[in-house]
Design a protein around this ligand. Structure first.
Ligand code: MN3
Length: 243
């Protein structure tokens, strides 16, 4: 038995006990039948960035974007698929995984969050972004925070004060808009999140997201972020969630 086969076999044996204890039956079905060696197929794919690495200059530099997308995000994607494979998990929607993430191995939580959070992060930014939201989203923000400026202040402050690595979020939760943060690669769809809800806007405050250009000046990066926020996309998500 080579090393890879050995690892796969060990993973299969250990997941047997874990699966029986905690993972919902349907999530393990196709992974374990046939000896736990069944291929996952294509797994989760890293979506295209949608714009060039230098498109968000000068607010977010090209080198940061390239490393962030092609190394960090690509790494989370590969490791997420590997973690699912090892745990024998297949044919499940990512939101179902997040909804009971406390029952999954840490590798699924960390890399699944890293995969999904970055998918959203690229989408809430655009070279044509910035300015202020309009229409229903603006009304919703004013209702929940008083004004767009007080929302911005709250979101920026929350992002600036995340201790260590993590994310700040605008979520729709229990009929209102809420600003929250998560550590590491956790997100508000996870059962372990302190505030659960539908993510609308998010900012990555891991150092890898800003250190090349801003070094330790996280608040400057957050200030720059407002110039690239894709409010059309955030608005669309808001209407889908509330409509
Ligand atoms: Mn990141």
């Amino acid at each position: 038995m080579n090393k890879r086969e050995f690892l796969k076999k060990s993973a299969f044996i250990s997941i047997g006990g874990l699966a029986a204890a905690s993972i919902p039956a349907k999530t393990i079905a196709s992974g374990l039948i046939g000896g736990g060696m069944k291929s996952m197929g294509e797994g989760f794919e890293q979506p295209e960035l949608g714009y060039a690495y230098d498109a968000l200059e000068p607010y977010i530099d090209a080198m940061t974007m390239e490393l962030h997308y092609s190394k960090h995000h690509a790494g989370y994607t590969a490791k997420f698929n590997a973690a699912l494979n090892e745990a024998g998990i297949a044919d499940i929607k990512i939101k179902e995984i997040f909804g009971s993430i406390s029952k999954y191995p840490d590798a699924v939580r960390n890399n699944g969050g890293g995969y999904y959070n970055h998918n959203l992060f690229w989408k809430v930014m655009s070279p044509d972004g910035g300015g202020a939201p309009k229409g229903e989203l603006l009304k919703g923000i004013e209702k929940s925070f008083g004004s767009f400026d007080s929302f911005k202040e709250k979101f920026s402050k929350t992002a600036a004060t995340v201790f260590g690595s993590g994310w700040a979020w605008l979520v729709y939760s229990d009929g209102k808009l809420v600003v929250t943060s998560t550590p590491n690669q956790d997100n508000p769809l996870m059962d372990i999140a302190s505030v659960k809800g539908t993510p609308l806007l998010l900012i990555d405050v891991w150092e890898h997201a800003y250190y090349l250009k801003y070094q330790n000046r996280r608040p400057e990066y957050i200030e720059a972020f407002w110039n690239v926020v894709n409010w059309d996309h955030v608005s669309e998500k808001y209407l889908k969630t509330t409509g």
